[in-house]
Design a protein around this ligand. Structure first.
Ligand SMILES: Nc1ccn([C@@H]2O[C@H](COP(=O)(O)O)[C@@H](O)[C@H]2O)c(=O)n1
Ligand SMILES: C[C@@]1(CO)OP(=O)(O)OP(=O)(O)OC[C@H]1O
Length: 159
């Protein structure tokens, strides 16, 4: 078994759509980034790459590369899933937290878990996503940005 951790932050801005866990969430602001800035998927990918000892998403998908401009992070997650499978690993479980003062994530969690499970070829029961505010403290509390953290356990596949 291998364990990995991922953490990511993106700034909130008026001119972007808010996409988290592959779900477009109705909100007056969205996350800024070279890609679609899906902060949760970025934390999950970093945790998987970390467990595999393969660096991070910046190394695999450089933000100077126009091939990744505005790309859906679901496509990047597909690439990370292939890397994991090529190394003969599968998801044991994922636990993640989204830190956002607003909007409410709870109505969207089930679909996020389903999206991630579909791409990573595992049951959504193996994926637990949570959300918290920071009680108006810090950059998330001031609604300047949203962060996410993820821990992933990988299991060797039986050949
Ligand atoms: N963006 C968020 C933040 C929180 N939630 C849900 O609300 C619960 C209470 O949050 P506190 O920060 O006040 O502890 C939390 O456990 C989540 O279920 C949410 O959906 N979206
Ligand atoms: C995903 C990539 C690539 O499009 O861009 P961003 O969306 O800016 O995300 P970040 O978490 O800053 O780092 C990884 C990047 O290289």
């Amino acid at each position: 078994m291998k364990i990995g951790i991922g953490y990511d932050v993106h700034r909130l801005t008026g001119e972007r759509r808010l996409i988290i866990g592959g779900v477009e969430i109705a909100h007056d602001k969205g996350l800024l980034g070279h890609s679609d800035a899906d902060v949760l998927l970025h934390a999950v990918m970093d945790a998987i790459l970390g467990a595999l000892g393969k660096g991070d998403i910046g190394k695999h998908f450089p933000d100077q590369d126009m091939a990744f401009k505005d790309i859906s992070s679901m496509i990047l997650l597909e690439k990370v899933a292939k890397t994991m499978q090529d190394e003969d690993y599968r998801i044991g479980n994922i636990d993640a937290v989204i830190v956002a003062q607003k909007p409410k994530m709870a109505p969207h969690i089930a679909l996020m878990q389903e999206n991630i499970g579909r791409i990573l070829n595992c049951s959504s029961d193996s994926i637990n996503i949570k959300a918290t505010t920071t009680e108006w403290l810090g950059f998330e509390g001031r609604e300047e940005g949203i962060s996410a953290q993820a821990v992933v356990l990988l299991e060797k596949r039986c050949l």
